[in-house]
Write a new protein. Structure first.
Length: 103
C-alpha cells in the first residue's frame, strides 16, 4: 500500500471519528437543553453549535470542547438565548439570562 493511500485512510478515519464525536455531543446538548427546559418550565426553540475546539478532560485525555447556543421562551411571546458548554461527554455549564416568568 502506498504512503498516500495510508495517509488518505487516516484522514478519512479522523473525519469519521470527528463526525461521530460531534454528533454524540450534539445529542447530549439537545438532551441537556430539553431537561433544563422541563425543569424550569421553558420551551426550547432551537439549538446550534457555535464553537468546537480541542481540549482535555478532567483525566487529561484529549477531547473536544463545544459551545452551543439555544433559544428558549418562557412565556410564549418573547425569546431568550442561553448557552451550553460540553467538554468531551460531560456538560460543563448551562447559562441563561434573566427571563420573564409566566404566571
Amino acid at each position: 500500500m502506498e504512503l498516500l493511500n495510508i495517509i488518505g485512510l487516516l484522514i478519512l478515519a479522523f473525519i469519521f471519528w470527528l463526525f461521530w464525536q460531534t454528533r454524540v455531543m450534539a445529542e447530549l446538548a439537545k438532551l441537556s437543553a430539553d431537561n433544563y427546559g422541563d425543569k424550569h418550565g421553558l420551551q426550547i426553540l432551537a439549538l446550534a453549535r457555535t464553537q468546537l475546539k480541542p481540549s482535555r478532560n478532567e483525566k487529561g485525555h484529549f477531547c473536544w470542547r463545544a459551545s452551543y447556543q439555544f433559544e428558549f421562551s418562557s412565556d410564549g411571546e418573547s425569546y431568550y438565548i442561553g448557552h451550553i458548554v460540553i467538554n468531551g461527554q460531560k456538560v460543563v455549564s448551562i447559562e441563561t439570562p434573566a427571563y420573564r416568568q409566566s404566571l
